[in-house]
Design a protein around this ligand. Structure first.
Ligand SMILES: [Fe+2]
Length: 301
């Protein structure tokens, strides 16, 4: 694939910079308006931290790259550990992975991190449901989350961190959907909103299975709030995409771990990439008029 086409497929477009193989590769949308930026956030997702493949030191490299960006805080989009969800995963293996996460978290302990649950975070194979390490509650605790879904506000923006890990995932359960609808309805007119999910609510790429199964209900809900600038960020499919539907922007960012820290497969455009997406993170610039710029950076060769 020619480099120009490669950039296009990555959604890099005009304003993208490729400085060389060892340098940052940025997907930068140009904001031509002279509007005040009110927040700069790092969106990391699918860290999949694990002992193998030098993942801890490669993650350190990622964090060192991000901290140069002068961000206000982090959004962590789920699948923080490699995998706890498969039937064969032992208690010891789950502990090892979370221990590496806690150690890695010390690298950027001065920053607030708001996390959401990914499908690989939960240990369903615990001996029984009363086990302290079983299911969502344990993962919520490991990630320092106030609840499996929650909201908060900062500098005029409202953030929703949602739990997509429900029946027919990605989807919201009824309790969460009712809460979400109520919270949106309570916001003032034109309030800017940023929603983080693990699964993309709407996805456009060739990989199937990325969409929320309740995307019809959610897009209808967002249409009822068309006065508000609404932006969504996600991960899960490890691919960089942008979808716009009814003026709502859906950004799916690539994985910090790329190909789960492994070399890749026949579809990988380069080592560690998932198809045409390199391992990386996004910087989200949020403006006072409710606009948002999502820029994607790779941090290793
Ligand atoms: Fe993942």
């Amino acid at each position: 694939m020619k480099r120009r086409n490669l950039l296009k497929s990555l959604g890099l477009g005009v304003g993208a910079t490729v400085l060389g193989t060892n340098k940052l590769r940025a997907a930068t949308e140009t904001n031509t308006k002279s509007v005040k930026r009110v927040l700069r956030i790092a969106h990391i997702t699918d860290v999949h931290i694990r002992p193998e493949h030098n993942a801890p030191s490669r993650f350190k490299q990622c964090i060192e790259s991000i901290t140069k960006m002068e961000v206000d805080f982090f959004l962590n989009g789920g699948d923080t550990i490699y995998a706890a969800d498969y039937d064969h995963i032992t208690r010891e293996r789950v502990k090892v992975q979370w221990d590496i996460w806690h150690k890695s978290r010390e690298l950027f302990s001065e920053y607030e991190v708001y996390s959401c649950l990914g499908n690989h975070n939960m240990w369903w194979a615990a001996p029984d449901k009363s086990d302290g390490m079983y299911g969502k509650e344990f993962a919520v605790k490991q990630l320092g989350m106030p609840n499996r879904y929650f909201s908060f506000t900062k500098n005029g923006w409202t953030f929703f961190v949602l739990d997509s890990n429900n029946k027919n995932a990605g989807s919201l359960d009824q309790e969460q959907m009712d809460w979400f609808k109520g919270e949106l309805a309570a916001l003032p007119e034109k309030a800017p909103v940023l929603i983080m999910t693990h699964y993309p609510i709407l996805s456009v790429g060739p990989e199937q299975g990325g969409n929320h199964t309740d995307c019809k209900e959610l897009t209808k809900l967002f249409y009822e709030h068309k006065d508000k600038p609404i932006h969504c960020v996600s991960g899960h499919i490890h691919l960089l995409e942008k979808t716009v539907y009814n003026n709502v922007k859906y950004y799916c960012n690539g994985a910090v771990s790329g190909f789960w820290w492994e070399d890749g497969n026949a579809d990988s455009a380069h080592k560690s990439w998932v198809s045409q997406t390199p391992p990386g993170y996004a910087i989200l610039d949020l403006y006072e008029d409710g606009s948002l710029m999502n820029s994607y950076y790779s941090y290793e060769v």
